[in-house]
Design a binder for this molecule. Structure first.
Ligand code: ADP
Length: 272
């Protein structure tokens, strides 16, 4: 089984969910059997108790699970019914580990973040079926809550083989009106933060308000240590349902398939 892991840097709300669902859609249209796992690093067990004013409407899945609204992206973009197994929260992980501890299932061991919490996360990731599993890690790299999930994914890539993992990092390049320029520094720093914890991204998706220059993308590639053909810009679009086709025109599916050694073929359809 292969994994595409999407992380985000700089800010939240930059379109990581839309990019993840869009990559998943392009891979699906390429004839790949794809499944998705959204990881929410918050301590709520599910989104059922969260204020919709703060977090958006709760998305109720077919099997009655109260999920984050992001799960709806996958349902609409992939044309599938998502279930509770398509979402994982830190609350679920810690609850499961503490319940196991109370049941004496760690046989007297000292229960620790590594290997017990990471072990629980890895087991749940491994239980998701599919030829390719799209893992979207919520939040921003550097968040305390998210660290343990990044560590678990890093370990898994090491254990299962780096060739089975493809890491996409989504960053944001702000535009400074006063000096009329785009600024790549926050992107550079978020990539460095990711590398510092042992994850070297394979691809960088640069989000921005309007198209950035090639020179800016070159800088992100150089400082990020990623080949230039693996860095692409995704400016704001009027309609997020056009993002999958945009990624297709950039050849994202071919680049991911090549890196993961997947054969792809397909007649592409973009209707929703
Ligand atoms: P994140 O997962 O990073 O928090 P989302 O994917 O949920 O972000 O997107 C946040 C908001 O930005 C959503 O309202 C979405 O419709 C909008 N958005 C995402 N990507 C784009 C894009 N490429 N162009 C315009 N709007 C976008």
């Amino acid at each position: 089984r292969k994994y595409v892991v999407v992380t985000g840097g700089v800010l939240s709300g930059i379109g990581k969910g839309i990019i993840s669902a869009s990559i998943a859609r392009v891979l699906k249209e390429s004839g790949i059997q794809i499944n998705a796992l959204k990881i929410d690093p918050y301590l709520n067990v599910d989104a059922g108790t969260m204020n919709p004013n703060q977090h958006g409407e709760v998305f109720v899945t077919e099997d009655g699970y109260e999920a984050d609204l992001d799960l709806g992206h996958y349902e609409r973009f992939l044309g599938i019914d998502v279930r509770r197994t398509n979402n994982m929260t830190a609350g679920q992980i810690y609850k499961a580990v503490i319940d196991k501890e109370r049941e004496g299932r760690y046989l007297g061991g000292t229960v620790q973040m590594v290997p017990h919490v990471t072990g629980e996360i890895k087991d749940r990731i491994l239980s998701v079926e599919g030829q390719v599993v799209m893992i979207e890690i919520g939040g921003t790299v550097g968040d305390i809550e998210g660290e343990i999930f990044l560590e678990a994914v890093r370990e898994l890539a090491f254990e299962l083989g780096r060739e089975n993992f493809f890491f996409v990092h989504v960053t944001y390049v702000p535009y400074l009106k006063a000096t009329n320029e785009f600024k790549t520094k926050p992107s550079q720093q978020s990539i460095q933060l990711l590398r510092r914890i042992g994850i070297h991204p394979d691809m960088i998706a640069v989000r921005s308000e309007s198209p950035v220059t090639n020179n800016d993308l070159k800088k992100v590639a150089l400082f990020g240590g990623v080949p230039q053909d693996m860095v692409f810009n995704l400016p704001d679009m009027n309609n997020v349902y056009e993002v999958p086709y945009r990624l297709y025109t950039l050849g994202i599916h071919e680049k991911i398939a090549k890196a993961l050694n997947l054969s792809i073929s397909g007649e592409f359809h973009w209707d929703f």
